[in-house]
Design a binder for this molecule. Structure first.
Ligand code: FES
Ligand code: FES
Length: 912
């Protein structure tokens, strides 16, 4: 279907089945096509879609797929006869005589198309998974309308989903491409001068042109000779004993090489991130819908999937506990024999909160809840694995999605009982915390070991949703008090975290919630208790922010409630209660720096303008409101350590060896620009080796906004050592180092000076040694007839220290706000029911909104070049800012996320 007309997602969801209707399988037909200028002939099955022809037959992997070919994501967009078309919905037999252009036909890194240049120079490419589709949709638009306005761009790209950017820089890129194409300006006039400095300049990311040209290989793009395809038998029960697994029928099916079960795994068969509670394949019990039970290896994916249906699993159902209340009941069955359902609890006690609340002039009190949610990277889970060499000496190579390759390697070695392994990180289509846990790697690697064949495991989106960890749901009972002068006196928050079936990262999420519990504020008395509870639901894991977004929703809602009670303006109330250097957070950790009041001052004129604007919309069904929320996000947890090596190369350049994953944030830019800056080198003389365990040292995960702080910090240390050696050698070359008898390679370390966990009884102790600060403002319009909320604009004022790459920083902040609004208003994952991007309510160009990013740059005492991290910041306070704005607009407060139209209408009907 040409894309001149926009189809809504619900309609798109049905299209893949419409394609198949009336077509008999097995029929073939000859088709002539011109693909990227070359005439080609194909004899194809009548069901074959263009995406499969391009990817599987022609190995043109620029077009991606994310939505199980349902027409929902746009990642597969190409141009057919001048129109953008989703190639997953386009049957090849309908294209006889057509001209097809893919992203590979547009330009190359040496000779890119102007649209590719515009995407690179606008900072529109983060993970890059959506990029080829976005570029092709943009080309179709610009070919027919070289000067589109924002609305026309949104309309033309409404099919193309992006999880990383919040769409802001993509719209910028299309406009810039239009200017290039109209001849108003050239890429050379936009591209930063290489000599314009390295820090604070948005030099194009090292990987972005590869992604723009469709040449960056994501896992599903990797071709493996003689590979078997894998499909997995997954539990249809939420909680059950496995009585028997019958694989005989499946083993006889066409193309099947064999069926693997837990007994074929030689190691512990347990993935241990925190607890060793998650099997690679379940042996005797399933604890969650979708638990993996058996693996079918076959010559084709279709054969493997067909055989999965022939594996018979006999279950004995057990009591299913879907909520913490059910799992904590006296009659509840224990989900894991080694750990009780209440698998972790951590109190936090600072001062005497009960006494202080009793003596407070005003107290706000409420119960809040947040939902189970999916992180929603656009790329489905995928992994390939193979053995290099033969026999017991062979090295098992795993190529996949990891953001922590060394730790994942160690987990796989133990689980599979195979020591000689290497992990390579493929380009990764977003992650937002989801890739801190192992999923497809365990299965692909175990299958490669068992069948001694290369393995491709490319699950569907629906299966990817079943197998990945999620954002934990919290329920929180809070009280917040203030004295007669409006100074906060005490805060209590007793919260229950639903862990789901497996630990993954449950304990760190509870600890992070407590470590950042008091947010931006000085609260002298705090009492909290976090409880973590196993259930038979999807396991919770890392999810952008991981703990703080949930507790900040409660605190920042309570801040507005208390400000209202006391008759104090919400901005003033926040500013007057700011923590100050020398005061302590809820953990008792005294802070050295706290540049938060300045953020309040910076947002004030915007806040006053927004309030004036909203005041004009107080009558009638459409009401506007303004809401604020803040946070101080901790970077680098106690005991955190990372190492980065720098090698002086023969040509005077350097190679940086760092296991720094880059699923989209721009870590390649960060390492390159810091090294070039400190060594006074042109960027092309800084080479990166980051994606393999073979050549790098452990660096920790690309999570917790820690990579710039920790990886950048270790890099600075390594370069300082090298610079010292070069100075002593009397020359800036490898030769000089060698002549002086000095090493050419230097390993730098960054270590968090805080050590140890929180005290188990009081929750007092070390926490984060560096903070990012933000205040965020939402402007919304509420339709009080329908309950629908439209976010008109988000404004954020952020201080993350000196900025290394402004576009990367803005991109993280914009993407975080977009995700935060989805979390506030729409997104909710229901295990077994949320199966695609429509049921997930993925944000689109149509839900995109205006954003303004205001940056302050307070030099940090401890950060590399004074910097800290930024990746999760705006995700944290966005939801409470939106909820506070809804309250301001229409007078009702939403206590349970997401704030759906139904919840808002119900609250309006109740009148509160
Ligand atoms: S793969 Fe074609 S629209 Fe998603
Ligand atoms: S850059 Fe768009 S999905 Fe990642």
């Amino acid at each position: 279907m040409p894309e001149g007309k926009v189809m809504d997602q619900a309609t798109a969801a049905t299209n893949s089945s419409q394609i198949d209707s009336g077509v008999k399988g097995g029929e073939v037909k000859k088709v002539n096509l011109v693909i990227n200028g070359a005439s080609r002939q194909f004899v194809v099955d009548t069901k074959k879609v263009l995406l499969d022809l391009l990817r599987e037959d022609l190995h043109l992997t620029g077009a991606k797929q994310s939505c199980d070919r349902k027409g929902q994501c746009g990642a597969c967009t190409v141009i057919v006869n001048g129109n953008a078309a989703r190639s997953c919905l386009t049957r090849v037999i309908d294209l006889n005589g057509a001209e097809v252009i893919t992203v590979e036909g547009l330009g190359t890194p040496d000779n890119p198309h102007l649209i590719q240049e515009a995407f690179v120079l606008s900072g529109a490419i983060q993970c890059g998974y959506c990029t080829p589709g976005m570029i092709m949709a943009s080309k179709a638009l610009l070919d027919r309308n070289p000067n589109p306005d924002t609305e026309e761009i949104k309309e033309a790209l409404a099919h193309n989903l992006c999880r990383c950017t919040g769409y802001v820089k993509i719209i910028d890129a299309v406009k810039l491409a239009g200017r290039f194409l109209r001849g108003e300006i050239t890429p050379g006039q936009v591209r930063p001068e290489p000599k314009s400095g390295m820090i604070g300049v948005s030099h194009p990311r090292p990987s972005s042109m590869l992604k723009a040209c469709g040449l960056a290989e994501f896992t599903a793009d990797i071709k493996l000779h003689n590979a078997v395809e894998v499909a997995v038998v997954r539990s249809t029960e939420h909680h059950a004993v496995i009585k028997a697994i019958d694989t005989k029928a499946a083993e006889k099916m066409p193309g099947v090489i064999g069926v693997m079960t837990a007994k074929d795994i030689k190691g512990t068969n347990r993935i241990k991130l925190i607890f060793p509670d998650q099997p690679v394949l379940c042996q005797d019990r399933v604890r969650c819908l979708g638990d993996p039970i058996a693996v079918v290896a076959a010559e084709t994916r279709a054969q493997a999937q067909a055989a999965v249906a022939a594996v018979e699993v006999e279950y004995e159902p057990l009591q299913v506990m879907k909520t913490p209340a059910e799992a904590l009941a006296d009659s509840a069955a224990q989900i894991h024999s080694e750990w009780s359902n209440l698998c972790f609890r951590q109190p936090q006690i600072k001062g005497n909160a009960e006494k202080a609340l009793a003596e407070s002039a005003a107290v706000a009190e409420a119960e809040f809840s947040t939902q189970l949610n999916h992180q929603a990277p656009l790329e489905p889970e995928a992994c390939v694995a193979f053995l290099e060499g033969n026999g017991e000496e062979a090295q098992l190579v795993v190529i996949g999605r990891s953001i922590n390759i060394h730790a994942h390697l160690a987990m796989l070695q133990e689980a599979l009982g195979w020591e000689n392994m290497r992990y390579e990180e493929a380009y990764s289509g977003g992650q937002f915390g989801i890739k801190i846990a192992i999923t497809s790697e365990g299965i692909a690697a175990a299958t490669a070991l068992h069948f001694k064949r290369p393995v491709r495991y490319i699950p569907s989106l629906a299966e990817s949703m079943l197998m990945t960890s999620k954002r934990h749901p919290f329920t929180m009972r809070v009280k917040l008090g203030a004295d007669a002068n409006g100074k906060l006196t005490a805060y209590t928050n007793d919260f229950i975290v639903e862990n789901g079936a497996y630990m993954i990262l449950g304990i760190p999420v509870v600890l992070r919630a407590l470590q950042m519990l008091s947010g931006s504020y000085h609260i002298p008395n705090v009492s909290a208790l976090g409880k973590l509870v196993y259930t038979n639901n999807a396991a919770g894991g890392a999810a952008r922010g991981a703990g703080p977004p949930q507790v900040t929703f409660a605190l920042e809602s309570a801040m507005d409630m208390l400000a209202e009670k006391m008759g104090i303006d919400p901005l003033e109330f926040r500013r007057m209660n700011s923590l100050k250097p020398g005061q302590s957070k809820s953990t008792g950790r005294v802070v050295e720096q706290w540049p938060f009041p300045e953020l309040c001052d910076a947002i004030r004129p915007h806040y006053e303008r927004a309030n004036r604007d909203a005041a004009a919309f107080r009558n009638g069904p459409l009401k506007r409101g303004v809401g604020l929320a803040t946070h101080a996000f901790g970077v680098s947890s106690p005991g955190d350590t990372s190492r980065v090596a720098v090698e002086c190369d023969p040509d005077g350049g350097v190679t940086v060896y760092a296991a720094v994953a880059d699923p989209g944030e721009g870590n390649d830019s960060m390492l390159t620009q810091i090294a070039a800056h400190l060594l006074d080198l042109p960027m092309e003389k800084v080479r990166l080796v980051t994606r393999t365990t073979e050549l790098t040292t452990a660096m920790g995960p690309a999570a917790g906004s820690r990579i710039t702080y920790m990886g950048g910090g270790a890099l600075v240390d390594a370069i300082e050592q090298m610079n010292e050696a070069l100075a002593e050698a009397g020359g800036r070359s490898q030769e000089a180092l060698k002549k002086a008898g000095k090493p050419t390679r230097y390993v730098g370390t960054k270590k968090n000076e805080d050590e140890g966990p929180l005290d188990p009884e009081t929750g007092q102790g070390p926490s984060f040694e560096s903070q990012i600060h933000a205040i965020q403002m939402a402007e919304v319009e509420v339709n009080t007839d329908t309950g629908h909320v439209q976010v008109l604009k988000m404004t954020t004022v952020v201080d993350a220290g000196p900025v290394i790459h402004p576009q990367n920083l803005e991109g993280q902040l914009e993407g975080g706000m977009d995700q935060g609004v989805g979390y506030a208003l729409r997104e909710e994952y229901v295990h077994g029911q949320t199966k695609d991007w429509v049921t997930f309510k993925f944000p689109t160009m149509r839900t995109a909104f205006d954003m303004e990013v205001i940056v302050r740059e307070t030099h940090r005492i401890k950060g590399p070049l004074g910097a800290t991290g930024v990746g999760e910041m705006t995700m944290v306070p966005t939801a409470p800012a939106v909820i506070n704005a809804i309250k301001d607009a229409c007078g009702v407060r939403i206590y349970d996320l997401p704030a759906t139209p139904e919840r808002i209408k119900a609250a309006l009907a109740r009148g509160k």
